[in-house]
Design a protein around this ligand. Structure first.
Ligand code: GH3
Ligand code: MG
Ligand code: MG
Ligand code: MG
Length: 311
């Protein structure tokens, strides 16, 4: 049995973060002082970031939708608009609930600063601002936001990607596969008669079995594969550059290895098997139908005797 290897998990997290951090930070500047905004833009671009200026505050919602900024630098006072109101408007949208919003203003009155942060937004930077200050302020916040989103995408029991990240990742990977003309397969794996494991040996032992399969999946997967815990004792794997037959071989190998693991509880030894279903992108156009197809194949595996991989 493998206990969850925390240092390895943390290491993997940092690895992921590094690859995600390869992408330039996306910054949106909202300021009516175009000369200053342009200066901020050049400074942040100089640090390797992608920067957009919002010239027309009333377009803020469509602009964030298009540019998907990871941080917003918000002026406080603009003719006809208040930065606080714009920040509040963003905060009312689910998509922008977590995006750091930092006011950048010449306002030196601490009470007014706190009032703005209390109304919406996260923090306050006072102009004038050195280039170093600006770059550091953005870097720290975006790096932390990315780290947080990586952590939130993880299932706490296994450290694997969770349900929502799997679905997000599938949309991205499928689009990439369609662009490159390469195959992509999806596998759904579900343990057989798992309720019996819980009923016989207890929930804690059940959890251990779940962690063991997670570990096995992670070890067997390639760097480019995405494995996740889809639900209770159900797992999903996205295998890019892998057609249905190749996917079947990989998943069937995992099935065999998992079936060979000897679990021990209270002096008793037992084995657990799994069933799996596979679907390939060559047959389906969108991520939802691909997942449904993998699920149907899994259902078929269950109904034809379990402990098998169907496609
Ligand atoms: P089947 O072969 O048809 O899949 O039978 P099954 O008993 O495995 O049925 P199903 O997949 O529907 O049931 C999953 C069970 O897994 C139900 C629940 O008690 C258990 N389970 C779900 N999440 C967890 C968990 O986090 N820990 C433990 N120990 N058990 C869980
Ligand atoms: Mg202004
Ligand atoms: Mg099951
Ligand atoms: Mg299940």
């Amino acid at each position: 049995l493998h206990p969850v290897d925390i240092p390895k998990l943390v290491d993997r997290l940092y690895q992921l973060l590094r690859t995600r951090n390869d992408k330039p930070y996306r910054v949106l500047i909202v300021d009516d002082d175009l000369e200053l905004a342009e200066h901020f833009k050049l400074t942040l671009q100089g640090a390797g970031m992608e920067v957009y200026l919002l010239e027309e505050p009333s377009h803020i919602l469509t602009t964030v939708q298009q540019q998907r900024p990871e941080i917003i630098l918000m002026d406080l006072n603009m003719p006809g608009y208040s930065g606080m109101e714009l920040a509040r408007l963003l905060r009312l949208q689910d998509d922008w609930l977590h995006t750091p919003i930092v006011y950048v203003s010449a306002e030196t009155d601490l009470k007014k600063q706190m009032n703005a942060v209390g109304f919406a937004g996260d923090d306050f930077l006072v102009k004038p601002l050195s280039n170093e200050q600006l770059v550091a302020a953005v870097t720290v916040r975006v790096a932390r936001a990315r780290m947080l989103s990586e952590l939130m995408a993880r299932d706490s029991l296994t450290g694997l990607f969770n349900h929502s990240r799997i679905k997000e990742q599938l949309v991205i990977e499928l689009a990439r596969a369609k662009r490159s003309g390469k195959p992509l397969s999806v596998a759904m794996l579900d343990m057989d008669k798992f309720k019996t494991v819980n009923d016989t040996y207890g929930h804690g032992v059940g959890d251990r079995v779940i962690k063991t399969l997670a570990h096995l999946l992670q070890q067997r997967a390639r760097q480019s594969d995405t494995v996740g815990r889809y639900g209770g004792e159900e797992f999903a794997a996205i295998l890019p550059d892998c057609d249905r037959d190749a996917a079947w071989k990989i998943v069937d190998d995992i099935r065999q290895r998992f079936g060979q693991v000897s679990f021990v509880s209270g002096g008793r030894e037992f084995h657990v098997t799994l069933s799996a279903g596979i679907a390939a992108s060559s047959h389906y156009d969108d991520s939802e139908t691909l997942l449904v197809a993998a699920d149907e194949a899994l259902y078929h595996a269950k109904h034809t005797g379990r402990n098998r991989v169907c496609m």
